[in-house]
Design a protein around this ligand. Sequence first.
Ligand SMILES: Cc1ncc(COP(=O)(O)O)c(C=O)c1O
Length: 293
Amino acid sequence: MPQLAYVNGRILPLADATLHIEDRGTQFGDAVYEVCAVMNRRILDWQPHCARLRRNLAELGIMLDIADGPLTLQARRLIAANGFAECIIYIQVSRGTAKRDHAFPGAAPANLVMPNLVMTVRRFDFAQRIRQLETGISVITQPDNRWGRVDIKTTGLLANVLAKQAAKDASAFEAWLVADGGIVREGSSTNAWIVKDGRIITHPTGTAILPGIARDSLIRLARAAQLQVEERPFTLAEALAADEAFLTSTTSPILPVVRIDGQKVGSGTTGPVVRRLAELTWNEVARQTGWRA
Ligand SMILES: Cc1ncc(COP(=O)(O)O)c(C=O)c1O
């Protein structure tokens, strides 16, 4: 069976799933997106993903004419049509197709253009993330030269793409993006964390990081387990002197960072706080979806 995708209300083979070349997502990165984990055929944290998508659409004034209920049904329909039990679903909404012009097409405030909604599904091996808890992963650092509203999850990801490629070229898993003053903002597609003296530290939300769904979930789980979480900026020097470090995202719910720019973090192996957080994270996955490795 060919892989299937969703384009503006239709499910069709991926090879035939296309948008017009004047889609504003292509020409301007004028589009927002979500990536959700699907385990045991159930979408993890669907409500927070929907809420973030709505917030991002509102930030950019993109009027998506489909409510959460029907969107949920369409997402589930695509997952079922592909028949994958473990996968990720990618949801993208662009402002629409229009003659190339920087300003929004049509007359304000309605901007009479139909947004383009596309969804794809890709098989994903979440069990590998559990195996990686033993080995840990390495990160390198790169300057954070993104625009000033990276809290909006847009497809304008060139800086992230270049940072991730730099990591790949260095045989690292991720690039941590470092701003002026040596502040570690986040990874190119993950949130960044350190642990010092039992305290779990991550950059606060605002305009300088993406408010990750996995980040939010981990903060709740950690606090419910009486662990101490501090949302405050931390520097690269602090990260290098930390006891433990880790990253979170939808596709990497929690992974220990054991090396930064080639230098060991703590003992250079997975530490006790990350192990405890991983237990909490994967138990929550099981609670929501029934999935266990
Ligand atoms: C820049 C950036 N930070 C953090 C994340 C993690 O977000 P989430 O936990 O919602 O996957 C992502 C996810 O793609 C990202 O692109």
